[in-house]
Design a binder for this molecule. Structure first.
Ligand SMILES: NC(=O)c1ccc[n+]([C@@H]2O[C@H](COP(=O)([O-])OP(=O)(O)OC[C@H]3O[C@@H](n4cnc5c(N)ncnc54)[C@H](OP(=O)(O)O)[C@@H]3O)[C@@H](O)[C@H]2O)c1
Length: 282
């Protein structure tokens, strides 16, 4: 496994599209100045990937910030990798096609780099996936994937569809290491992406992580994000603070030892801060 060496390094997904290993998440960031500044400072810092979703209700602001950042940093749209997700209420063939158009309209973009099914709502995600396949085949989106899928969801999806998801974006951090899902995904060339990589801030004074971070003169957040990358997992930490946006991306100048990787793996408690994908009622 080659670990990313620079903030803009990309992984080749199973359809040949290249996606940055590292990105900015904007969950719970409302439209407004904080959102705009976060996206713009991330791109100025060198981030090239932004992760939003229809349900975050901030696609308009993300789109505006992206446009300004492109102009201010002398970039092209193709330099950036923008992800959004179809919400549960819009899962269905026609509904999902319409949801994609609505997201593009809000973002003010011609295409998304990656469109994901946000949650595996039973009885609904197969039709939604067929809509994503249509969008992909028609060249309207560069890559399609899923989020919060367990192994059994992936199996069912692959049995009933033509195109394999490129990505599965799931909750993943040292208290939820997702070992089986990671092995299954590697076997099937479905790239894993970690959401809430920092467990929403809940692990930052963990004694073992602190000890490792002291050794490298890094923060606990940096150690966790480095652990993601060394496992070959895409990571998208969220922050609205410019100094943390810079800090989080400063993880390419140190390397955890195999023993430290195992020490962090051993912290797993199968503990979720978000919903369990097998028990969702929203
Ligand atoms: N697919 C899904 O179902 C799903 C679900 C949840 C999240 N996501 C995606 O994953 C992204 C990341 O997950 P998340 O937002 O839930 O949580 P997270 O990235 O694990 O943690 C974010 C929290 O940590 C703080 N933080 C960030 N960097 C820090 C640092 N260096 N030092 C100290 N505190 C720091 C942030 O505060 P400040 O902002 O104040 O810095 C924020 O409170 C989301 O934004 C979203 O794009 C996807």
């Amino acid at each position: 496994m080659t670990t990313a060496k620079h903030l803009q390094d990309r992984v080749v997904l199973n359809n040949g599209v290249e996606m940055p290993w590292f990105g900015l998440g904007v969950f719970k960031v409302e439209e407004g100045e904080d959102l705009k500044q976060a996206v713009k400072s991330a791109i100025a810092e060198g981030y090239r990937s932004i992760d939003t979703a229809a349900i975050y209700q901030n696609e308009t602001g993300v789109g505006e910030a992206v446009k300004e950042a492109i102009a201010e940093n002398g970039l092209n749209r193709e330099d950036l990798f923008i992800t959004s997700k179809v919400w549960n209420a819009d899962l269905g063939y026609e509904e999902t096609l319409a949801a994609y158009d609505a997201s593009l309209e809000k973002l003010g973009l011609e295409y998304l780099d990656l469109y994901l099914i946000h949650w595996p709502v039973l009885g609904k995600y197969t039709e939604a996936w067929h809509a994503l396949e249509t969008l992909y085949k028609n060249g309207r989106v560069k890559a399609i994937g899923v989020s919060n899928f367990q192994i059994h969801h992936l199996k069912e999806l692959m049995q009933t569809s033509e195109i394999k998801p490129v990505i599965n974006q799931v909750e993943l951090h040292p208290y939820l290491t997702q070992k089986e899902l990671l092995a299954y995904s590697k076997e099937h060339q479905i790239q894993m992406e970690a959401w809430s990589p920092l467990m929403q801030g809940g692990l930052l004074d963990h004694p073992i992580l602190s000890e490792i971070s002291n050794k490298y003169h890094k923060s606990v957040a940096q150690v966790i994000l480095r652990w993601d990358l060394q496992h070959g997992i895409i990571t998208i930490p969220k922050s609205i603070k410019a100094h943390r946006i810079a800090e989080n991306a400063n993880v390419f100048d140190f390397e955890l030892t195999d023993q430290e990787m195992e020490q962090i793996d051993a912290l797993n408690q199968n503990h979720r801060v978000g919903p369990d994908p097998d028990h969702i009622d929203f």
